[in-house]
Design a protein around this ligand. Structure first.
Ligand code: UD1
Length: 419
């Protein structure tokens, strides 16, 4: 198993090109199940464990799928309707094939993704939306078994009692080929939803309102392939911005979208970091003196849960106390015991972390637990005094392309090795 050895203390200085967004790429890849003419070509496809899993999953469903040099190609029609446990258990986002399979084949059987380390993560909202469109759904032997009405799913009005990115995506994809109009009320507004809608519109879908809380989809008879470029990864960009801030660095993030990071930029500016946007570039510089800032996570355009662990790491060395509230996932504090082992002072009370800033962190042996907890440990180790060893970094490879290469180019002392 791969581990990382990091010797902290070097400021992160230089330039990093931001990769395509994992969370945009996965639903876009699921669109590979939806069309019957041409090829779907997705450029700026990040080379990650998760995008490879999604490619394998689509292949297992009969699609001709391939990823080469950051471009993914999809062709053909689904011939299988079962998404097997072996693939789904490795990646929760596999649930995104449920809507496309059902609307395309009239039948779908997808393994229940189960819990994960950041919380229970149910799929009731996905299921309820498809039921509202006429699907009959049963849960049996660990699988979701879904059947559409004979003539296909029926456009309906769907109200989500809770905002869900994945359920909004599944519903948009299913509704694109349903009969009639679907209205999603209380939809997720993330940039990844807008990107999915843009791609589907290029494929021939009729969608309006993506990026607002009400999305309207008029079902069409068929969709065709198209060429689409995946949006830049705002979470990767935000993670590197925090790495530069904590180490007193000077970083230029290129090929990113600063407008997707407004919530983080406000926080970092208030914390004393210089942040400058020019077109598709963000320049960050910091003297390493960080003011304490309290924050709570919320749905877009609020502060993303996917940057909570990284921001908490920054707050561990702030000059004072801060409070970080996690509102999206109930158990997303797996990084806290590890940061504490590095000398951070954090106490937890339910979904609230109280952080008392310390002068510096100390290197330690660390265990990566989930994707965003893992990058927060990398950031902590880049700042810490001495050496850190982070094991189980396969989580990092799920979401960060060429992580150590990008950081080494900016002066980090970081090395991958097999334990
Ligand atoms: C997506 C992102 C993930 C991010 C999350 C929140 C992808 C591949 N992953 O995950 O990185 O952290 O959005 O921004 O895009 N919920 C239910 N029932 C459901 C579905 C969700 O109760 O059927 C709850 C979840 O447990 C959670 C909240 O809704 O508390 C938001 O989850 P959701 O937006 O669905 O997250 P994902 O789409 O799984």
């Amino acid at each position: 198993m791969d581990s990382l050895k990091i010797i902290g203390g070097n400021p992160i200085k230089g330039q990093i090109k931001i990769s395509g967004a994992k969370n945009a790429a996965l639903p876009l890849m699921a669109c590979g199940l939806l069309f019957n003419k041409g090829t779907l070509t997705l450029s700026s496809m990040p080379n990650l464990a998760d995008t490879k899993f999604m490619c394998l999953l689509l292949k297992s469903l009969g699609i001709k799928a391939d990823i080469k040099n950051n471009v993914a190609y999809f062709k053909g029609e689904p011939t299988e309707y079962i998404a097997q446990y072996d693939i789904v258990r490795k990646m929760r986002a596999s649930i995104l094939v449920l809507g496309p399979l059902l609307t395309r084949l009239g039948v779908a059987k997808v393994s229940l993704p189960g819990g994960c380390s950041i919380g229970t993560r149910p799929v009731d909202l996905h299921i309820n939306a498809l039921e509202k469109m006429g699907a009959k759904i049963e849960l049996a032997n660990g699988y979701i078994e879904a059947r559409a009405p004979k003539k296909g799913l029926i456009g309906s009005e769907i109200y989500f009692p809770k905002i869900s990115v994945g359920a909004t995506e599944n519903t948009i994809m299913a509704a694109s080929l349903a009969r009639g109009r679907t209205k999603i009320i209380n939809a997720a507004k993330e940039p990844e939803i807008i990107d999915l809608a843009k791609c589907l519109i290029s494929m021939g879908a009729k969608i309006s309102g993506a990026g607002t809380d009400e999305i309207t989809i008029d079902g069409v008879e068929e969709l065709s392939g198209c060429d689409h470029r995946v949006i830049p990864d705002r979470i990767e960009a935000g993670s590197f911005a925090i790495a530069a801030s904590i180490t007193g660095g000077e970083l230029e993030l290129i090929e990113c979208d600063p407008m997707h990071l407004l919530s983080l930029s406000k926080l970092l500016i208030n914390a004393g970091v210089n942040w400058e946007n020019t077109g598709k570039t963000i320049k960050i510089s910091s003297d390493g003196n960080i003011k304490p800032i309290s924050v709570e996570t919320s749905e877009y355009p609020g502060f993303p849960t996917d940057l909570q662990a990284q921001f908490m790491t920054l707050m561990t060395i702030a000059k004072g106390n801060s409070k970080i509230v996690e509102n999206i996932f109930e158990n997303r504090f797996m990084h806290v015991p590890e940061l504490t082992r590095m000398g951070a002072k954090i106490s937890l009370e339910g979904g609230i972390a109280n952080v008392v800033g310390v002068n510096n962190l100390n290197g330690a042996r660390l265990m990566a637990t989930d994707l965003r907890a893992s990058i927060s440990l990398v950031i902590a180790a880049l700042k810490a005094k001495g050496e850190s060893i982070i094991s189980r970094i396969y989580h990092l490879d799920r979401g960060y392309e060429n992580i150590e290469k990008k950081l080494i180019n900016c002066g980090a002392n970081i090395q991958r090795f097999k334990e």
